[in-house]
Design a protein around this ligand. Structure first.
Ligand SMILES: C=CC1=C(C)c2cc3[nH]c(cc4nc(cc5[nH]c(cc1n2)c(C)c5CCC(=O)O)C(CCC(=O)O)=C4C)c(C)c3C=C
Ligand SMILES: [Fe+2]
Ligand SMILES: [Fe+2]
Length: 342
């Protein structure tokens, strides 16, 4: 008897059962811009010990007793200002990114999307991929800069699901890409396109990244360094004489000291110092969301004009721009090497 050495034909049932899945993940968002759904979402998000690194016996009474009784109403109002017909911008854009990747990667791969907090959940979508025959899954948290509070917790959640399985899929994770030439080039190209389309010429381009407690930097989280490096590389790649760039950190939460300088403080300081024309971009966000559409585009504009600024623009995230999708395809294909034909 001779053993078959060549691969079975691709329509062989053994190959069909070994499909490849890609799960695109972003942070998460409420199901509706109302206090109830926002409360459920915040309860899950802010109970994650990767996000709030305080002992639960200390933190949970503060969260349940104070924060979840006040913040949902405020946040629901903010969400209602940016909500779309397709739902939360973050979910709608993440879904559109997944659909675009499905079209670009073809039928070799099944592309799905999930949210770390809220719906659709990571365990549910991993199950869906497995039910469709995916035995190999590339988990792709869309965070260019690594942090334990974002990237690591996505892997934790997937691992929680895998822990319950007798027959696990093989798992790969998309590495952080804060200094990847594909990402820097995509940002530079897309920012240049948006800057050129403005009706005014900005004096300053502020690169605003989501903040983190400063303590995480001293504990060894690379997030701050990743943000700084992205900003330096984007500035070099943009190479716009006459345009000043600055970096700041937004969305401070809680009482601890966060990374500085704070975006709102820089906006005000610049306007008071005489900067009249400001553009803001948020290169750490793969998709526009509450933090960019409300905090930067609405509140940021108010802060700037109230402090004496005249022209303000909040630039879009990479979202489903040509540059952004081409970059994502490059990153995913690289990680899929050996799993799909090159
Ligand atoms: C892009 C990276 C992000 C990091 C790092 C991050 C850290 C971080 N966030 C909070 C608290 C909140 N963040 C909220 C919204 C939010 N955060 C990110 C991304 C990062 N967060 C995104 C994409 C969003 C938008 C979600 C959306 O639905 O559009 C919120 C909720 C909104 C609100 O009530 O203001 C909170 C709260 C902490 C504590 C933290 C680091 C420890
Ligand atoms: Fe956040
Ligand atoms: Fe915010």
């Amino acid at each position: 008897m001779t053993w078959q050495t060549q691969n079975p034909p691709t329509d062989h049932p053994l190959v069909a059962s070994g499909r490849v899945g890609v799960l695109i993940v972003n942070l998460g968002t409420p199901d509706a811009p109302e206090p109830g759904p926002v409360k459920r979402y915040l309860a899950e998000f802010l109970s994650d010990r990767r996000v709030v690194e305080l002992p639960p016996l200390l933190w949970q009474p503060i969260l349940r007793g104070i924060i979840l009784n006040t913040r949902p109403k405020q946040s629901a109002h903010a969400y209602s200002q940016v909500w779309t017909e397709q739902g939360s911008p973050l979910a709608a854009i993440t879904r559109a990114q997944a659909e675009a990747m499905q079209a670009r990667l073809g039928t070799e791969v099944m592309v799905d999307w999930a949210m770390r907090y809220g719906t659709p959940s990571i365990p549910e979508r991993i199950q869906t991929l497995m039910d469709a025959g995916c035995e190999r899954i590339l988990l792709a948290p869309l965070y260019p800069q690594y942090s334990a509070a974002t990237t690591a917790t996505v892997v934790d959640k997937a691992a929680d699901k895998l822990r319950t399985m007798r027959w696990q899929p093989a798992l790969r994770t998309l590495p952080q890409y804060h200094d990847d030439p594909a990402y820097i080039d995509a940002l530079a190209e897309d920012l240049a396109r948006q800057l050129d389309a403005l009706s005014f010429t900005p004096e300053l381009l502020l690169l605003s990244f989501h903040g983190m407690p400063e303590r995480t930097l001293h504990l060894g989280d690379p997030y701050h360094c990743h943000c700084r490096k992205t900003a330096r590389l984007v500035e070099e790649r943009l190479a716009r004489p006459g345009l000043r760039l600055r970096t700041s950190f937004q969305s401070r939460f809680g009482r601890a000291k966060w990374l500085e300088p704070a975006t709102d403080a820089v906006i005000e300081e610049e306007a008071k110092a005489g900067t009249k024309r400001l553009a803001i971009a948020a290169p750490g966000f793969s998709a526009d969301c509450l933090e960019t559409l409300e905090e930067l585009a609405i509140q940021g504009r108010e802060q700037f004009t109230e402090a004496g600024g005249e022209h303000f623009a909040a630039l879009s995230c990479l979202n489903t721009s040509d540059a952004g999708l081409a970059m994502l395809e490059t990153l995913l294909r690289r990680e899929l090497a050996g799993w799909i034909p090159g």
